[in-house]
Design a protein around this ligand. Structure first.
Ligand code: AMP
Length: 480
């Protein structure tokens, strides 16, 4: 039982005020275990995945430690470096620093590949307190002399196992080699394959080890269902189900990029606005889509596993497994996108006859059967699938069409542009309360289920709970 409060963990008043504003009542288990030793400057090895509250677990003590030794960062330098595997995750972490560090006048920046370097170079020129980066772009900028890592006081490697999966581990080692030996090091990983354990033991000094059983508590809050639907009926079935259910914000997982595009096309032909996010989409397109999904203007986001990594959007009511994943643990990660931080959610898996062995493997790691979907919503989805099959309606969109993959489609509003202007206009040293008013109107409401904001390419920061917060703080995140 976790009886601690944020105050009992040793956090200072101004951070407590920010948490109150966010509506965080109690620390999550990883926060309880990590914050006190991190405040003392200990190294940490954290076994936890996104959704456990790990960003605050490291960001809060970091902000507090920075504030207690308020040295100005050197030009082209950073005091804290956070390395994350994906652009989306990096942008979200950057946004979290903005929110948790409200009132601290933190200079922070976010850099990642796939977008122009010039604004990033500019953002780094005077130095920042916190730099959040993906490995490749960071090394790029470092090799060009745009950023030096020899004054880093604290480094965080987030989602280390994903960095390994994505082939970044050599880059990570290179980055570590550029850091001063005297530093505080934090490494988070959802799993501990031997390469990560080896990396951890070579870079951490006498670390505190924190492990939260990531999947269980969240998974128990999720209403899981499996519907047995044949492959060719799946698209119409899903459309029927989305129409029938009260879907607030849904993430749909497909196996392939092409499949994601085809599904979007099919949903749209059924009158359901949707957009896909995957590696073939340009960074700007992905940013706009994510902005739309966060703001609520886009309800249905279709994603591949790779693109969905690290996406943390509150208020996802439904996760649809359009196809079952080959690796059963992936199922748990996918459905964990709903039921975040204590909310409930629904996860529906569409399983065709060929996927039954995959379902059995999933049920094995869950330790129980996934209940078979029943009830009027599912009956009407089945009816929709039958109607489509009889009329041949879905066959048209089922044919592979190359142009869908080229996409460029974008249902999400181009809010990023407005955000960029606002953020770039923010002056160093700008009065915090003025900036805040510009962004959120001074609302003290916790903002669950709203836009998380903070897409780096948009150049603005926002709440992990979703407040837009343009122009606030000393410098917003810059990445386009
Ligand atoms: P993370 O694991 O850091 O990605 O956080 C997952 C979600 O939980 C984010 O939307 C956070 O805003 C939210 N969160 C983090 N800590 C807390 C807390 N103590 N109480 C409520 N929500 C939280």
């Amino acid at each position: 039982m976790n009886d601690s409060t944020f105050a009992s963990l040793g956090l200072i008043e101004s951070i407590l005020a920010n948490l109150l504003r966010e509506g965080y009542e109690r620390p999550t288990p990883i926060q309880t275990a990590s914050i006190p030793p991190l405040l003392e400057g200990r190294d940490l090895l954290g076994c936890a995945q996104t959704g456990t509250g790990k960003t605050a677990a490291f960001a809060l003590p970091i902000i507090q430690r920075l504030s207690l030794s308020p040295n100005k960062p050197n030009p082209r330098s950073c005091r804290v470096l956070v390395v994350a595997p994906t652009r989306e995750l990096a942008a979200q972490i950057d946004a979290s620093f903005e929110v948790y560090g409200r009132g601290f006048r933190l200079a922070h920046a976010c850099v990642f590949g796939g977008v122009g370097k010039a604004p990033q170079v500019k953002a780094l020129s005077r130095g920042v307190d916190v730099l959040v980066a993906t490995p490749g772009r960071l090394l790029d900028l470092q090799s060009e002399g745009q950023v030096r890592l020899n004054a880093v006081e604290i480094v965080v490697l987030d989602e280390a196992d994903r960095m390994l999966d994505m082939g970044f581990i050599r880059d990570v080692r290179k980055i570590i080699a550029l850091l001063p030996a005297k530093r505080q090091t934090l490494l988070f990983s959802a799993t501990m394959p031997s390469d990560i354990a080896g990396l951890a033991s070579s870079i951490l000094r006498n670390p505190i080890r924190v492990s939260v059983s990531p999947d269980k508590p969240a998974v128990e809050l999720i209403d899981q269902k499996v519907a047995f639907v044949e492959k060719n009926d799946k698209r119409a079935f899903l459309a029927g189900l989305i129409h029938a259910q009260n879907v607030g914000r849904a993430l749909v997982f497909t196996r392939t990029k092409h499949g994601a595009d085809r599904l979007v096309k099919s949903l749209e032909s059924s009158g359901i606005a949707a957009a896909a996010i995957h590696a073939n989409k340009s960074q700007n397109n992905r940013t706009r889509t994510m902005d739309g999904f966060r703001s609520g203007s886009l309800r249905i986001l279709v994603a591949t596993d790779l693109a969905a990594r690290g996406i943390d959007v509150d208020g996802i009511t439904h996760v649809f497994n359009f196809e079952l994943p080959d690796v059963p643990e992936t199922y748990v990660h996918r459905i964990g996108r709903t039921a975040r931080a204590g909310a409930s959610g629904m996860a529906v898996a569409l399983c065709d006859s060929g996927e039954k062995p995959l379902l059995r493997a999933i049920e094995k790691i869950l330790g129980r059967k996934v209940p078979v979907a029943a009830g009027p919503d599912f009956e009407s989805a089945e009816k929709a699938a039958t109607t489509a099959r009889l009329s041949g309606a879905d066959r048209e969109v089922e044919r592979p069409r190359r142009e869908y993959g080229q996409g460029g489609r974008n249902q999400a509003p181009a809010r990023a542009q407005a955000g960029r202007g606002a953020s770039l206009a923010a002056k160093p040293g700008r009065d915090a309360s003025r900036g805040r008013n510009a962004g959120n109107g001074g609302s003290s409401q916790p903002n669950r289920g709203n836009a998380r904001g903070g897409q780096a390419a948009g150049g603005r920061s926002g709440s992990p709970r979703g407040e837009r917060n343009e122009g606030y703080g000393r410098r917003g995140s810059l990445a386009s």
